[in-house]
Design a protein around this ligand. Structure first.
Ligand code: LLP
Length: 404
């Protein structure tokens, strides 16, 4: 993804051409970025060959899931819907992990019927329900138990999950109690300790703390786990000079952990696999100048991409055509929705923009389309897959008729 002769290209097609062909707003994904992200991810951890289960919540496009599966990944799902979608994308049940604090009994029954690899439980009640289903089916069910390590992930508090005040996982005390209670069960087979402290983590330090706590918990449990599921959370670079997770350091922390514990590692990455492979193409509807700022009013809005409104997340916005004409003025890139939080970004200068210009909102592959809605009765954008010179629709633009 670079500028060629001042025009922005996604693989070998210019953003302007894509906008013309598919309209705006549109989500565009780069096949080769996805492929490279997976290759790099595997490479970072190649010495211990983890089981990698893509976190479907970050992007549940059927075609992309199918590709991700072809590139060798399994799936981490959190609902019956995601489980069905993963299966439909031909991800094998034995490569699917089911996470989440509130799996319904129907969801548990369905997951058990499909013989998925692992259910990561987060409460005693959930184990009791699984035990009931197992008894009825005369089966022994493999589970993981999620530990809440009370570790600060040093990320946005809205996407932190590993502190004791978060609803996720179980305290070490409760974890040890449950391992003890179920270790000789005829219906429950504890095979995994799972943990996930948050998302968009850009330093290895929280992971170090997490691993230390996991290590101590394993020792104190005196139990032989086959797997440790370390979750996902690996951050990406949303800003040009933003922090970057040092995979080498994270990997060597895990390697020394593995010297003490003979277990297999599971990862559940989402953002690091698909985040930077997605772009949201948008067109400027109007430019409104006030005494203090320029409002750049786009045809995409918070219903298409929620992250800025939800978390004050900042995504780079690039012009499809570069110009040297810079304007030193506050620019606010906003959508047409009737909410003040319908704002993507504020910058203090930007190149001169015009009505109908095409812009690219970057790094929206993860938690972009999946969080979209029909708020203000706006139809959802299409999703397009680009591979070199080829482009094709992988989700059609929603028709107004279907939402009215
Ligand atoms: N495993 C579990 C148990 C999770 O809860 C999550 C994310 C993941 C794996 C994947 O994490 P990742 O590798 O993508 O960081 N909507 C928010 C992010 C919410 C993350 C929820 N859990 C955002 O847009 O930043």
């Amino acid at each position: 993804m670079t500028y060629k002769n001042k025009h922005f290209y996604i693989e070998k097609i210019s953003a302007e051409k894509l906008a013309k062909k598919f309209g705006t707003p549109s989500y565009i994904y780069s096949y080769n970025s996805l492929k490279n992200n997976i290759k790099n991810f595997k490479n970072h951890f190649r010495s211990f060959k983890p089981t990698i289960c893509f976190s479907v919540k970050s992007n549940s496009n059927l075609r992309l899931l199918n590709l991700i599966s072809k590139f060798g990944l399994g799936a981490d799902v959190v609902s019956k819907g995601e489980l069905l979608k993963a299966l439909k994308a031909k991800i094998k049940p034995e490569k699917i992990v089911f996470s989440g604090v509130g799996k319904s009994i129907e969801e548990l029954k369905f997951a058990i019927k499909k013989k998925i690899f692992l259910i990561n439980v987060e409460s005693e009640n959930e184990i009791i329900e699984i035990e009931k289903i197992a008894k009825k089916n005369k089966k022994k069910i493999d589970i993981g138990i999620r530990l809440n390590p009370d570790t600060d992930a040093n990320t946005l508090k809205e996407i932190s999950t590993g502190k004791k005040e978060n609803k996720f996982g179980l305290t070490k005390k409760k974890f040890l109690y449950l391992v003890d209670k179920y270790k000789y069960s005829n219906f429950i087979n504890i095979i995994c300790l799972s943990v996930h402290i948050g998302s968009q983590i850009t330093s290895h330090t929280p992971y170090k703390k997490m691993l230390d706590i996991v290590d101590r918990t394993i020792k104190d449990s005196r139990y032989k786990f086959s797997y440790i599921d370390l979750g996902g959370g690996m951050g990406i670079q949303y800003k040009k000079n933003g922090n970057k997770l040092n995979y080498k350091k994270y990997s060597s922390l895990i390697k020394s952990f593995l010297k003490k514990n003979k277990v297999k590692i599971i990862f559940e990455p989402g953002r690091s696999i698909i985040g930077n492979a997605g772009f949201l193409l948008t067109k400027i509807i109007y430019i409104k100048q006030t005494n203090t700022r320029n409002f750049i009013i786009l045809d995409s809005a918070m219903n298409d991409m929620m992250r800025p409104a939800l978390y004050k997340a900042e995504h780079m916005i690039l012009p499809s055509k570069l110009s040297k004409n810079k304007i030193n003025r506050r620019h606010e890139f906003v959508g047409p929705i009737c909410e003040t939080t319908d704002k993507f970004l504020t910058t203090l200068k930007y190149q001169k923009l015009n009505q109908n210009d095409i812009l690219i909102i970057c790094d929206v592959g993860a938690y972009g389309m999946v969080l979209s809605s029909n708020y203000n009765l706006r139809p959802k954008p299409p999703e397009i897959l680009v591979n070199k010179k080829n482009s094709k629709i992988i989700t059609k633009r929603e028709k107004l008729i279907s939402i009215i």
